[in-house]
Design a protein around this ligand. Structure first.
Ligand code: HEM
Ligand SMILES: *[C@@H]1O[C@H](CO)[C@@H](O)[C@H](O)[C@H]1NC(C)=O
Length: 363
């Protein structure tokens, strides 16, 4: 899988290079932009509207986080295994979560997503774009506001859903690694193995929980939820010492920092012998954080769609600001606090933030 990835990276680079020199840009009707394809023109005003009015002037805010989460919950709802049993398996990245929000946001793993769906809906209504394309675009754009993020791909031309996805296809934080690996492999027809599942979970570097324990909304998964860095991979390997919120709730385990929320699924995949070394390898490797998430988001965002029918409008997504921080142990912590799970490679040597032990604030 990994070597296939690098081969496709090389050929992708070749194609991009060839396109850049051969393709003539078209002028958009707004008179202000040019694009490689006229189909991308509608995305410029949508981008500016979302940046100004959903993402608070281009911030990595809670709506940016929720918009990225929504891309996953729309796309992952597809199951060749159900189809093989003669049942409808969902359409993947087909917009069904928004089109049939009255059904799908009622599914247990989609708890809380009704909010972002309704916040996004007015933008969808005042711009000329399909629902499936809109969801993936908003997620890629929201992530671009987080320093350190890769430029995520944006395509248009997806077919919108005509029926809701069935329940039971979105992973839950109380599922075992086996259950999660099996579900993600099924959704991707085997492409996303357990290693690529780790790559997908990079998204949790700009994330918080609102509804797993509703008494502590906005509890982040790492100490830097506005930065697309590798702190999440480091902090999930620290020893858990206390529950954030009202105590153990289903899908939660103890976290190492006051106010930080730890999902049982992240905890378990960080320590599973199939994935622990891959998890650790992201710590302090920003190139890897960016490249691997960029790669898996591309494929996630088109699940159930035919790439040959889509137009690549990634150029509309701003290049995110680079990281200006270094991977570090939170104040008062060091490698003594690491619960070493990878047996092959020692944990990287990293600096500790100055000052006394602190907690993290809700986002
Ligand atoms: C594979 C197993 C996964 C599980 C079990 C899982 C579970 C969860 C849970 C329980 C939350 C907190 C929801 C809440 O209480 O508000 C969450 C948040 C989030 N997830 Fe995941 N997730 C998974 C994978 C992913 C993937 C692949 C992505 C993106 C591509 C993603 C993106 C996010 C984001 C951005 C948030 C933060 C939302 C916010 O801050 O409001 N997750 N996830
Ligand atoms: C970072 O990850 C990349 C991609 O997997 C790898 O080629 C590189 O060797 C890693 N760098 C370090 C310092 O480990």
């Amino acid at each position: 899988m990994v070597s296939k990835f690098f081969t496709s990276l090389v050929s992708l680079a070749a194609v991009l290079g060839a396109n850049a020199s051969l393709t003539r840009r078209v002028a958009c009707p707004d008179g202000r932009h040019t694009a490689t394809n006229a189909a991308c023109c509608a995305l410029f005003p949508l981008r500016d509207d979302l940046q100004a009015n959903l993402f608070d002037g281009g911030k990595c805010n809670a709506e940016a986080h929720e918009s990225l989460r929504l891309t996953f919950h729309d796309a992952i709802a597809i199951s060749p295994a159900l189809e093989a049993q003669g049942k409808f398996g969902g359409g993947g990245a087909d917009g069904s979560i928004t089109i049939f929000s009255h059904i799908e946001t009622g599914f247990h793993p989609n708890i809380g997503l009704d909010e972002v769906v309704e916040k996004q809906r007015p933008f969808l209504q005042r711009h000329n774009i399909g629902v499936a394309d809109f969801i993936q675009f908003a997620g890629a754009l929201g992530a671009s506001n987080c320093a350190g993020a890769p430029q995520l791909s944006a395509f248009v031309g997806r077919k919108d859903a005509t029926r809701p996805a069935p329940d039971g296809l979105v992973p839950e934080p109380f599922h075992t690694p086996d259950q999660i690996f099996a579900r993600i492999a099924d959704a991707s027809s085997g492409e996303f193995d357990e290693i690529l599942t780790v790559w997908l979970l990079t998204a949790h570097t700009i994330a918080a929980a609102n509804d797993v324990d509703p008494t502590v909304p906005g509890s982040p998964f790492d100490s830097t939820p506005e930065i697309f860095d590798s702190q999440f991979f480091l902090e999930t390997q620290l020893k858990g010492t206390a529950f954030t919120g009202r105590g153990p709730v289903q899908g939660e385990v103890q976290s190492p920092l006051r106010g930080e929320f730890r999902l049982q699924s992240d905890f378990a995949i960080a320590r599973d012998q199939r994935t622990a070394c891959e998890w650790q390898s992201f710590v302090n490797n920003q190139t890897k954080v960016q490249q691997m998430f960029q790669f898996v988001f591309h494929d996630l965002s088109i699940l159930g769609q035919n790439i040959d029918d889509l137009v690549d409008c990634t150029e509309v997504i701003p290049i995110p600001r680079p990281l200006t921080t270094r991977t570090h142990f939170p104040a008062g912590m060091s490698d003594r606090d690491i619960e070493q799970a990878c047996l092959e490679t020692p944990f990287p040597t990293l600096p500790t933030d100055p000052g006394p032990r602190t907690g993290v604030a809700p986002v």
